[in-house]
Ligand binder design. Sequence first.
Ligand SMILES: [Zn+2]
Length: 329
Amino acid sequence: MHVYKLQAQTVDEKEIERTAFERDTRKLEPWYQVTDDKQREYAVCPACDNPIRLVGLYEELPHTDRPYGRHTGKPVTGFDYFNADNFEWCPYVRKNQSKGSSRKRGMEGISLKILGIVLTQFDRVIYIIRKETGIWISPQIALAMLENWIEAEGYRFHDATLRNIPWMFAYRSKGLSIFGQKISKGQDELRQAIIEGIPHARFDENGRITKGDQFYEVTWCFVDYRRKTEDDSLIEMVEFEVCDGDRNVVFAKTITFDPRYFANLINYSNPDKREPHLIAKAKEVYDRKFGADFTRSLVNLVGGFDATLPESIRAEMMPGGSPTGSSGQ
Ligand SMILES: [Zn+2]
């Protein structure tokens, strides 16, 4: 693989490049360490959180001039997370598997981390789905997706990783009616496709899909997840489709996953853009589905609700206090 992150638990993905890596780590432990009298460089796989060793950062390689990362297959001092099961499913290990997997992991390891991140970053997950589809879905639809994703156990599938959370969240939820939802500004192609494909469809002055002169249905779905390796980079995609009442596709587009978009939202976006009430609603769903104690353990596992959320909201959602993550700082 040609990407890395510095620590497990963070949502991040950076290109492996010598100078950038030196600056990122300041050449300190645990990323630079000496074992058996030899200096080696380590980081973490963005998809599965296991340690990777960087190869070719300094030494010349016979077959390529590009440094790359390789799973160590064993724990490395200074990296607290290791789970050998990742060889079963990490897409950077199993490159030949183009259609993803119908196999599931246990309720452990990455499955729990994904559950924790979806909850603590639920507003960002939904933001990405809104941007990718061009449909500004309501909290009600967002929560319906969440319920369904939990019912489908979307977090347990082998193809759900830490680098594709918002997109696989969408893929693992079922088709839904988007009647009443708002088409974002600038999405003229989508709006036009709905008007042409569903003649009774109407839009109100705010861009919401609204009642026409006759009853009609309009739904969306995410289908055909697939992935490929191109120039040694992992590319993941899903088809987004809008359908009429007879399930004919009136609009389709390919959504290519963009892990750095999600990482940047979490690590750098404006706190004013957060939607605490959406997260609070998501927590109610978790409490109901998993119980309050288990939900609390999921939140703690990923470092708590991060500090870009208002203190009052954090206190309300985690009574008794919880560690708060440093992301977003
Ligand atoms: Zn991995």
